[in-house]
Design a protein around this ligand. Sequence first.
Ligand code: IDP
Ligand code: MG
Length: 170
Amino acid sequence: MPIEQLLILIKPDGIKKSLTGNILTKLSEARMLIIGAKAVKVSEELAKTHYHQLKDKPFFGELIDYIQGKIYGEPWDRVLAFVYQGEDAIVRMRKIAGATNPEEADPVSIRGAYGRITTKGVYENVVHCSSDLSEAEREIKLWFKPEEIVKSIYSTKKVVVEKEKREVWT
Ligand code: IDP
Ligand code: MG
């Protein structure tokens, strides 16, 4: 079985419903490694780049608001982002996550157990899970810098960055 990595997000509805522990427990059944983890306030640009393949869908605008947590507001307008690594990780984690439509998802999956469809028709399905190898690579590189991942998974290069304004601790 190939070792793969993928991006998993706990979406703002998962955070608002205090499901972080439940979700991580369900995912841990697959015995995979977390090799990156952080909390992220999702910008409109990040949201639109992440979901660029869906830009022509009628629900795109609501999806972008949803992943940014706009409908929930402070302090729920954030996601938790994880990079998981393991054997056959993408198919196995997507099975634990469940089908996209929470009404059709296996009731024992994360989305089946905790997801809902809003009155506006958005599938609030609690987690994001990369769908294939190339999407996983694109998404991991979009959400994480190389130094935020504790293992070297893709090739990197050293560059000298000059005059970059960066926030540091005082
Ligand atoms: P996935 O998250 O299972 O990979 P995608 O087709 O990539 O499914 O869609 C991304 C997200 O957009 C879904 O997780 C869900 O939140 C939302 N979504 C997908 N299809 C629909 C739909 O038909 N109506 C409303 N929301 C949808
Ligand atoms: Mg997808």
